[in-house]
Design a protein around this ligand. Sequence first.
Ligand code: ATP
Ligand code: MG
Length: 563
Amino acid sequence: MGHTSTTASIARRRVVSLTTLSVTFVAVFGSSIGVDLLSRWTGSIDGIWLSNAVFLAIFLKHGRRDWMAIAIAGFTANVAADLVAYNFTYAVTFAILNLLEVLIVALPLRTMVLDRDFTRSSSLIAFYALAVGPAPGIAALLFGAFAVISEHTQFFPAAINWYSSDALGLAIVTPPLMTVKWSDVKAMFGRDQIAGTCLLLSTVLGAIVLNFFLRNYPIAFLFFPAVVLLTFQRGFAGGTAALLMTSAYLLVPALFGQSSGALHSHSIREQITVVQVFIAVLSFSVVLVGAALEERRRLGQWLAAAIARAENSREEALLAKESAEKANRSKSMFLANMSHELRTPLNAVIGFSEMMHSEIFGPLGDRRYREYTGLIQGAGKHLLDLINDVLDMSKIEAGKQELHRERLNIMDVVRDALAMMQEQAAAGQVALEIDANTAPVFIQADRRAMKQIFLNLLSNAVKFTPEGGRVCVTTQTEGDRVILSVRDTGIGIPAEQIYRLGNPFVQVRNNAGTTQTGTGLGLALVRALTEMHDGTFRIESIEGQGTTVSVSFPACARETLAA
Ligand code: ATP
Ligand code: MG
C-alpha cells in the first residue's frame, strides 16, 4: 500500500512539473513572438515586453526545486522565439539577458521571503524597487553594449528601448498575475455580480469614450477614478480588467504613432514612452488600492476570529464557574447530610460512655474500665466538635446558615467565652484576661455565631501560647465600628503564611513550635461568620512574639443604643 501511494505521489509531482514546464514554454514563447510580430507589424519599437513578466510570475509561484527546470524551459522558449528572426548567437544572448533580468527580481524576493504574497505592501514595494530598477537596468546596459559591438548601433537608444519596454512589462503584468485569482475573475462574471460588473466596466468605457471625443483636452485623469472604482468593487481582478481596457485604448494607437490629442505632434518613441509611464502609474494605483483593501479584509477576518475566540472563552469561563459552584454546593450538601448522620450515633456513644463512666447502674469492676470509658467520652466529644465545625462550615458554604440577629451586648458574649475557656487556659498555665474597658458595646448579631467566633479565637490563642504566656481580649470603637482583638504572646505565625489562613483546612506548615493538632476549620468559620455579619477579619502576627486576631462589626446606631 505504502509503496503504491509513494509511486503515485512521485508520478503526480512529475505531472505537475511537466505541466508547469509546458506552460512556461508556451507562455514565454507565445508572448515573445507575439510582441515581436506586433512591433514588426507596427514598424515601431516594442511598447511593452510581456514574456519576462510571465516568466517571472511562473518563477515566483513555484518552489525553489522547480526553478532549474523552469529556467531551462523559459530559456529554450526565448531562444526558439528569437531564432525566428535572429541568428543563433543573437538568440542565445537575448535569452541569457532575459533570464538574468528575471532572476535579478526573483532571487532577492525569494531570499527575503517576500515573494509569497503580493497583496502585502512590503512585498509590493520590494518587487517594484527591483522590477523598475536593477533588473531591466542591468539587462538594458548589457544589451546596449551588445548592440554597439555586434551592430555598431548607438548605445543609448538600444538600452533605453530595452529598459522601458521591460520595466513596463514587469511592473504592469507581474503583479496582476500574482494577485488576480481565477476564482475572483469567475465570480466577477458570475450570475450575481455580472450586472454590477458590466455597470462598472461601462464607467471605464465611458471614460474612454469621453477621452476620445474630447481628445484635445488633457482629461486622461478620468481613467483614475474609473480604475480605482473597479478595484474597490471587484478587487485586483476588477482593477486589472479596467487597466487592460485603458491600456489597449492608449497603447495600440501609440504603437502606430497615431496617439490622439496633445501627444499627436510628438515622435512615435515619445508617444510610446508617455503612454508607458501613464499605464505604469495607473497599474501602480490599482495594486496599491488592491493591497490596502486586502489588508483591510485580512484585518476584518482577524478581528472576527479574535471576537469569536473571546466569546468562546467567556462562555467556557462561565460554564467552568457554574460547574465549580455546582460542585461546591453538592460537596457542601453532602457534608451537611453526612455530618448529621454521624452526629446521631455519636451522641449515643458519648451518652452511654458517660453513664458507664459515672457507674450509674453499678461499678464497672476493673479500674481500667473507668479510665477507658473516660477516654471514649473525651474522644467522642472531640469528634463531635469536629463534626459540628464541618457541619457549620458546609452550612455556610451551601448558603443554608441562618442568622438570628438580635441586638446584643457583645461584651457579654466575650465574657461567656472567656469563662468557658478558663479551664483550658489554666491547664496550659496561660493567663486569660479581658481589657479593663468593659463598657457595654451593642451590635446587631446572632448570639450563637458570636460565641463560636470568640471560642475559636480564644482556643487558638490558648492552644498556640506556651506556659507562662498571656491572652488578652481588647475592645475599641472606631467611628461606627467596634473592633475586638484577641491578643496572645504565643508562637506567632510566619509572615508568608498569614494570607493562607482563614480558608477551610488550612494550617501553618512546619509549625515546629507546636504539638497541637486541629482540623483547620476554626479560622475559616470565624472569617465566614464575621463576613456574614458585615464584619472584617484580620490577623497580625510576629513569629515568636505573638498573634493578634481582630474582628470588627458595625456598632448599633446611637439612637438604638439610647432606646
Ligand atoms: P481547629 O480550630 O479546626 O480545631 P486549628 O486550630 O488548627 O484547628 P484554625 O483555628 O483554623 O485551625 O487555625 C489555623 C492555623 O492557624 C492553626 O493550625 C495555626 O497554625 C494557626 N494559628 C491560628 N491561630 C493562631 C495563634 N493565635 N497563634 C499561632 N498560630 C495560630
Ligand atoms: Mg482553632
